[in-house]
Design a binder for this molecule. Structure first.
Ligand code: SAM
Length: 242
């Protein structure tokens, strides 16, 4: 049965490479009449593939403005796509948008995407969970303008793989907080999956300086843990192929 409730599609754009959006995401992007995208992180090449006649960068728009644009278009029967970088469930601020739209009688459906976290693991050619090294993954971010306290120090005592988002400008402060051994492998991946992707490898002791020397100042992930050097030693073959 076709739903008559106006609807907005929240679509994960993937980490940057336009081929890393899902097939469903690409179909919706092409079918869209109205496209709203997070300009700083969504590749313009992807926006250019959209069939939407209205394309809006959400930078600088507040929640009420965003919701009004989406509500009006959805209620006029348009196909409305809200494109979020990576996977919308990670640092995507979608819940507040969904709540605001639902308050206005507009439904939302979310299409997942490939997070930059997975593009970073692919760039490193490793697993984030690896038998004998780490069975767990911590995804976190440092304190800053919008977060009073972080748990980086506590998490770093657990020996799990750790991926830190939203911290490129604070790498020195973040690595100082890490309580794991200073020799723990670490990597910074800038613009994972983009043509100008950079990978810097090091240890907790030197990764911040190495990233600075490489000129990395934004849009990067810090990965900490033995999996960064996987392939060298320390892991155990899985049961899968034994
Ligand atoms: C607002 S968050 C959005 C994360 C996104 N939802 C995801 O799943 O990748 C933005 C942060 O994600 C990270 N990021 C996004 N795209 C990236 C990429 N292609 N390579 C490395 N880090 C990226 C950076 O830490 C950036 O500051």
């Amino acid at each position: 049965m076709i739903s008559l409730t106006p609807k907005v599609w929240f679509v994960g754009a993937g980490p940057g490479n336009p081929e890393l959006i899902t097939v469903k995401g690409m179909r919706l992007l092409k079918e869209a009449d109205v496209l709203i995208y997070a300009g700083s992180l969504v590749n313009p090449e992807l926006v250019a593939l959209s069939g939407a006649s209205v394309r809006l960068d959400s930078w600088g728009m507040d929640l009420a403005e965003l919701a009004s644009v989406m509500e009006e278009a959805a209620k006029a029967g348009k196909c409305v796509v809200r494109l979020h970088s990576g996977d919308p469930s990670l640092y995507g601020a979608i819940v507040e948008q969904i709540a605001e739209l639902e308050k206005r009688g507009v439904a939302v459906e979310v299409v997942p995407g490939v997070s930059s976290l997975f593009a970073a693991a692919a760039a490193l050619g490793t697993q984030l969970t690896l038998r004998g090294i780490s069975e767990s993954l911590i995804v976190t971010r440092p304190a800053g303008k919008t977060l009073d306290h972080d748990q980086i120090e506590e998490f770093s005592r657990l020996g799990s793989t750790m991926v830190v988002f939203l911290g490129t400008e604070k790498l020195a402060a973040i690595t100082k907080k890490l309580a794991c051994p200073a020799t723990t492998p670490a990597a910074v991946i800038y613009h994972a999956s983009w043509p100008d992707q950079k990978i810097v490898r090091g240890t907790v002791a030197d990764i911040a300086q190495k990233a600075k020397d490489a000129g990395i100042e934004h849009t990067a992930l810090l990965v900490v843990g033995g999996v960064v050097e996987a392939g060298k030693s320390g892991y155990t073959n899985s049961y899968l192929y034994s």
